[in-house]
Design a protein around this ligand. Structure first.
Ligand SMILES: O=C(CO)[C@@H](O)[C@H](O)COP(=O)(O)O
Ligand SMILES: [Co+2]
Length: 219
């Protein structure tokens, strides 16, 4: 089995040192930088605006994987793309026309992702599968880091893998929320090829990042 892509969520990093945190995870072997954007409306937390993404962009060469928890999302796509986002991932609930939103992301030259909350049906994906480069399965309800992995997510990952394979899609299948070295193997066995991890990467400070990332890859 190939090792999964590891996408540290900088939500769990030291916000007073974001530039050096992004550089540190790149040096420690991360594959993508996962940026959680929250608006205090779609989810009950406020985090990172496009100016912060722009300021962080020179600190790493890794793809910036921007998870937009913002509604309405459409007015923000261009700003985050211009700020340096390589992947823009949207919730179906964050706009009226998912098909149009995904098309717009690709038109902007970014990879398009769709993210399914624990309570969102996988059927949403059926009609847009040809427009997605990434499917993100939330294994917690969005809004905060440090929550516990919802075990029923494993079955949803399996069902998503089956749907993508049946459609001949090469989209990445990413998991986000409560991912640790203890459940990473089960996520990959279920069909995930990319793991978001905040707490599990940033615990222990910069000296621990390489070992934390290696543990997730090996799991
Ligand atoms: O999108 C989200 C939360 O809404 C995630 O990306 C979390 O930030 C992951 O953090 P951990 O659960 O790994 O601590
Ligand atoms: Co996220």
């Amino acid at each position: 089995m190939t090792a999964p892509l590891i996408c540290p969520s900088i939500l769990a990093s030291d916000f007073a040192k974001l530039g050096s945190e992004v550089a540190a995870i790149e040096a420690a072997g991360a594959d993508w930088v996962h940026v959680d954007v929250m608006d205090g409306h779609f989810v009950p937390n406020i985090t990172i605006g496009p100016d912060v993404v722009k300021a962080l962009r020179p600190h790493a060469k890794l793809p910036f994987d921007v998870h937009l928890m913002v509604a309405p999302v459409d007015p923000w796509l261009e700003a985050y793309r211009n700020a340096g986002a390589d992947i823009l991932t949207v919730h179906p609930e964050s706009g009226p026309h998912l098909h149009r939103t995904l098309g717009r992301i690709r038109q902007l030259g970014a990879r398009a992702g769709v993210v399914l909350n624990p309570g969102t049906s996988l059927s949403v994906l059926e009609d847009v599968v040809e427009l997605v480069d990434l499917v993100l399965i939330m294994s917690v309800n969005p809004g905060f880091g440090g929550q516990s992995f919802i075990d029923s997510s494993l079955r949803k990952i399996e069902r998503t893998r089956a749907l993508l394979d049946a459609a001949g899609s090469k989209a990445h299948l990413q998991v986000d929320g409560g991912v640790t070295a203890a459940n990473a193997g089960a996520c990959v066995s279920a069909g995930a090829d990319a793991l978001v991890a905040g707490t599990a990467v940033f615990k222990g400070g910069p000296e621990a990042y390489a070992a934390n990332i290696a543990a997730l890859k090996a799991a």
